[in-house]
Design a binder for this molecule. Structure first.
Ligand code: ADP
Length: 740
């Protein structure tokens, strides 16, 4: 007898003698050597393996104790019985295999096979995992006489292995997923180790910074390495870097700074960072996310700058306008100008010197920002300085009338090289010099500096300053002319200048106002969309309301200037005044619940009666001016009656020197129950800037432009406008007629 698979035979040799006796107890058929059999029997008894020896009819010849226990039997009970008795499912699987081993005399080995094993073990229904080893045993004549089976229940190991495999698989999937996520996030993602070395970086990082960051150590290299700066451009300290913060254990979000790429471009980045700890609380790594916010920051900066510039410039322009309008003394005006300029640019010192083109001398006139009155007096007492034609700036300034930004420190250094000394009693470092020019004539020079500090003048600053320079020059010239106003011609010129000034101011104000309105409305819409409660949006409403009021004011100023220069033109089309009035009243009723408004169509309800060829938009302007005045100048609850009639033209409808043309007119009147108008002032109301004494005393704001513009619009239509009031406190009625 030969055992093909005899690994355990030698180990079991010792048992042989001891067990010889027992062997004889087994019923054996058909094979020879008792020694070999004894050996096998001994193995069967003591092996922890499930073993058996089966004959070619699949009957047990020898069964190991473990196998018998597994089947819930004694080994002796099993001998001679079919190995598949009562286990049809197992048989279905194993019988063909055994048969093949017997037929071919080839061993069969399998690992981790799931077999439905009908045995009184838990979970057997679902099958268990087995390692099988079936070895054919050959008899003397080399024919197969049986099969030695070794079976091992590896269910636990197998399940565990499968589980591990599953976990590994999931882990793999997860890390692939993580990698995909990290790779695809639109933010730069860095992971640094506790030493600050970058151990992971996605592609976005390299894209933003324009360089491969993996393996770099920006923490060790310090902020200078990539020229990292704070938002204001100042250098960053080592402990302010994102890696330093996260390695200190800080968590932060939207921390912004500037970093330079390899191409030398500045990137604004918004960063957030989180430290990662292990179970012992040891810092293991830092995760840093960053986003390129360059475009956003630049936009913010521009907006900020534009806003600052427009806010300040607007205010300064208004101040200047007020100064020019109210001041008739040149010294006063110049003083006002030097005080307004620092508000626009944030400089510390401003001076104005006037220029006399005949003597070519600049005389100090007004200064702001000196330490005390004595210094001011000394400055003013300095002898006039002559134009210096040898200076490299002379042509630029005095002939081309261009402004100059001068680096005085550098000029001093250059002079020193030539062995000269530049007098600089005020310790100026950088200076801006602005020529004040009107119609090609040099009136003076405005200089400003930052009191011993150097300053880079931005393009925006220069633009605003030059705008102010133009205005200041007009105002100066205006006052000069006024001062010489003994001739009518000069006066007219002065007036014309005032108009020109007015229209310049209005134009300068209009664009920023539109921008303010537009931006504010946009912000309002966005906040509303974001669900910000309506009451928090009130300040925006106020801004919009104020901006609208200012726009109205500016429009009035522009209309004024158009009227003065004859540039206000009508766009005539068909207008239904009854319709326009009812629409206007409707709008006012919606916005204003304090007054009652009524409309009477006195000549009948047919709108055709009140339809004619007019400038509808301009008439809307007149109507809204009259209605808003009636509301403004009458107490709450007051009744405002609007009346529209169509009637034949009469002499009183006409301005002087006109003949009645037997036309028909449309006559509109608006009567209120308000403060009324002192009788002697009624005719003057239609002069520009005129306000009745009682309205001025009432504290109600107003410029006195609306009625002037309205009456001029009616005049352009060939009509007339007038006011009626029995006196103060008696209410007022405003009328206009339009010839059809
Ligand atoms: P503003 O109202 O801005 O002063 P207007 O040109 O519209 O300018 O009016 C000029 C002046 O006419 C007012 O300041 C006021 O004295 C007077 N006025 C206009 N409408 C009325 C009214 N309904 N009742 C009393 N006074 C009025």
């Amino acid at each position: 007898m030969t055992l093909h698979n005899s690994e355990s035979v030698s180990q079991a040799e010792d048992y042989l003698t001891k067990l010889q006796n027992e062997v004889s107890n087994f019923a054996l058929t058909g094979f020879g050597t008792a020694d070999a059999l004894g050996l096998l029997a001994a193995i069967m008894e003591y092996t922890p393996l499930m073993m058996s020896f089966i004959d070619t009819q699949f009957r047990y010849v020898l069964v190991s104790r473990t196998t018998a226990e597994y089947l819930g039997q004694q080994p002796s009970d099993l001998v001679g019985r079919s190995a598949f008795e009562g286990r049809s499912e197992t048989a279905q699987f194993l019988r063909p295999i055994l048969q093949e081993v017997i037929d071919t005399a080839q061993p069969y080995l399998a690992r981790g096979v799931k077999v439905p094993f009908s045995a009184p073990q838990p979970d057997d229904q679902s099958g268990r995992y087995w390692n099988f080893s079936y070895t054919p045993v050959l008899g003397e004549a080399q024919q197969v006489i049986g099969v030695l089976t070794i079976t091992e229940d590896v269910t636990e190991q197998e399940l565990r292995r499968r589980q591990l495999e599953q976990v590994a698989l999931q882990e793999k999937a997860r890390s692939a997923q993580l990698e995909a996520i990290i790779g695809s996030v639109s933010e730069g993602l860095l992971v640094i180790n506790p030493e600050g070395e970058i151990i992971l970086a996605n592609q976005m990082v390299d894209e933003i910074l324009g360089r491969p960051m993996l393996g770099q150590n920006p923490f060790r290299d310090g902020p200078a390495a990539y020229n990292r700066r704070r938002l204001d451009g100042t250098p960053m300290r080592r402990d302010e870097t994102m890696s330093a913060r996260v390695l200190r254990g800080e968590t932060f979000a939207d921390y912004r700074f500037i970093i330079e790429t390899t191409r030398g471009e500045d990137r604004y980045v918004s960063t957030s960072g989180t430290p990662l700890y292990d179970e012992q609380g040891q810092l293991q790594a830092g995760v840093l996310l960053f986003r390129d916010v360059t475009a956003q920051e630049q936009q913010l900066r521009e907006l900020e700058e534009a806003k600052l510039a427009t806010d300040e410039a607007q205010k300064a322009l208004l101040d200047l306008a007020a100064a020019a309008a109210g001041v008739t003394n040149l010294d006063q005006l110049l003083q006002q100008i030097v005080e307004i300029v620092p508000k626009v640019t944030g400089c510390d010192r401003v001076g104005i010197a006037l220029y006399d083109s005949k003597t070519e001398l600049l005389t100090n006139m007004a200064v702001f920002g000196l330490e005390n009155e004595q210094q001011v007096e000394e400055w003013k007492a300095l002898p006039p300085s002559p134009r210096d034609r040898t200076s490299p700036f002379d042509k630029h300034f005095f002939e081309e009338h261009k402004s100059l930004a001068l680096d005085i420190e550098q000029l001093e250094a250059e002079a020193r090289k030539r062995g000269e000394e530049l007098p600089n009693p005020y310790g100026i470092k950088t200076m801006f010099a602005l020529p004040l020019v009107y119609k090609g004539e040099m009136l003076g020079m405005l200089t400003l500096d930052h009191n011993g500090k150097s300053h880079t003048f931005t393009a925006r600053e220069i633009q605003v300053l030059e705008g102010m320079g133009r205005l200041a020059a007009i105002a100066i010239q205006n006052i000069r002319l006024l001062q010489e106003a003994n001739q009518a011609a000069t006066l007219r010129e002065a007036n014309r200048l005032k108009d020109e000034f007015l229209s310049l101011v209005a134009h300068e104000l209009r664009n920023p106002l539109t921008a303010v309105q537009g931006y504010t409305q946009m912000v309002q819409r966005r906040l509303r969309k974001a669900g910000i409660p309506e009451e928090n949006l009130h300040p925006l409403e106020t801004i919009i309301g104020q901006a609208q009021r200012m726009t109205r004011l500016v429009e009035d100023l522009l209309d004024l200037s158009r009227l003065e220069t004859g540039r206000l033109e009508l766009r005539v089309e068909e207008c239904d005044l009854a319709e326009q009035l009812s629409r206007a009243i409707e709008t006012y009723t919606v916005d204003n619940t304090t007054h009652k408004l009524s409309l009477e169509l006195a000549s009948g309800p047919d709108h055709a009666l009140y339809t004619g060829q007019f400038d509808c938009l301009r008439l809307d302007q007149v109507i809204s001016n009259l209605i808003s005045n009636a509301i403004k100048y009458s107490p709450e609850g007051g009744l405002i009656r609007v009346r529209l009639t169509r009637r034949p033209q009469s002499q009183s409808d006409l301005l002087a020197d006109k003949a009645v043309e037997h036309k028909e007119v449309i006559h509109l009147s608006i009567r209120d129950q308000g403060i009324g108008i002192p009788v002697e002032q009624q005719a003057a109301l239609f002069n520009r800037f005129y306000r009745a004494t009682n309205s001025r005393d009432s504290g109600l704001p107003g410029l006195g432009l609306g009625l002037y513009i309205s009456s001029q619009i009616i005049h352009l239509h060939g009509g007339r406008m007038w006011a009626e009031s029995a006196g103060e406190g008696q209410g007022s009625t405003f009328h206009f007629v339009l010839p059809l």
